[in-house]
Design a protein around this ligand. Structure first.
Ligand code: MN
Ligand code: MN
Length: 306
């Protein structure tokens, strides 16, 4: 075709895949130190930098938790409906809960139970729903709308988020993380990601991340993203970003997962250490690969793509 060029180029594909694998790697690496303090980590591991399993969930090395599993469940729903349908997303989360996951957050469980009881695939706004559970699973939205407008990304993000978490801080933080992922997949550099993080802080001062190093980040979206942003902006490669954030303990599988998706998109395939990739559960690696392909195929068909 004259003038035809692929809408999704190779660079975007390899960065999208690295974001997905980065998410799974951060989850598997951080699950070992979840709920430990930095001091406890130091005593037990020195510096924790091996995907070794264990942790409070007694994982096998390379096993992932709800962060990666729910991302895959979201991705399945997007692929099945060719876009974002709240009902399809809630159904997919419900199927996932039926599989008796190794871990599930309380807010997530409550949203899914409400959907099962009422058929309504969204929860009411709640000031206590500012956990990181909507953000940790959101990556497939950034892949599907990588070439879409920010407004499209925001609408899609809220649709998936509100199946379980309906809170302005959760929304704003999740949207910033997705915008960072989409920008990085398109080859934007770290200064662009910094602008996105700074804009979040301008709009919601509580996210300020410049004054104190966050140790023991909780599951509160604000603390989670403060730790993630500090790790992203204080380090210059994928490996040191992830080692930094998971050694802060706290909700380390989730800070690892979110830092992993942003850093994976930012540094691309060459940045992801082979030693970590080799350790990841091969079933999960394959799921991440096939889902990235399917989502990018759909991305090329979205209105406004290209
Ligand atoms: Mn988890
Ligand atoms: Mn977690």
């Amino acid at each position: 075709m004259p003038g035809h060029k692929p809408i999704i180029d190779n660079n975007i594909s390899q960065r999208a895949l690295s974001a997905y694998l980065g998410l799974a790697i951060g989850d598997a690496l951080g699950a070992t130190t979840e709920f430990l303090t930095p001091n406890e980590i130091k005593v037990q591991y020195g510096v924790h930098e091996t995907i070794s399993g264990g942790g409070w969930l007694h994982l096998k090395p390379g096993q992932v938790t709800d962060d990666t599993e729910m991302s895959l469940a979201l991705g399945d729903a997007l692929i099945k409906s060719g876009g974002v349908s709240a009902k399809a997303v809630a159904e997919s989360f419900s199927d996932w809960m039926r599989s008796k996951p190794i871990d599930i957050g309380n807010t997530v469980r409550r949203g899914i139970v409400q959907f099962r009881n009422t058929g309504r695939p969204w929860v009411d706004e709640n000031e206590y729903d500012a956990g990181n559970g909507a953000c940790m699973r959101s990556l497939p939205i950034a892949i599907l709308y990588v070439n879409g407008s920010v407004d499209t990304l925001i609408v899609a993000s809220r649709t998936q988020a509100h199946t379980t978490h309906n809170n302005p801080l959760s929304d704003a933080g999740t949207e910033a993380a997705l915008e960072m992922c989409a920008a990085a997949m398109k080859g934007e550099d770290k200064s662009r990601l910094r602008e996105i993080a700074d804009r979040l802080v301008d709009n919601h001062k509580v996210f300020r991340f410049d004054n104190r190093r966050i140790e023991n980040p909780s599951g509160y979206i604000v603390e989670t993203l403060q730790a993630v942003f500090q790790a992203i902006f204080d380090n210059d490669d994928f490996e040191s970003t992830l080692i930094d954030v998971v050694n802060r303990g706290g909700d380390a599988d989730t800070t690892g997962a979110i830092a992993g998706m942003v850093a994976g998109a930012l540094y691309g395939q060459s940045g992801v250490p082979k030693k970590w990739l080799k350790r990841l559960d091969p079933f999960i690696v394959n799921r991440c690969k096939s889902q990235t392909d399917e989502l990018l195929k759909l991305a090329a068909e979205q209105p406004g793509a290209g």
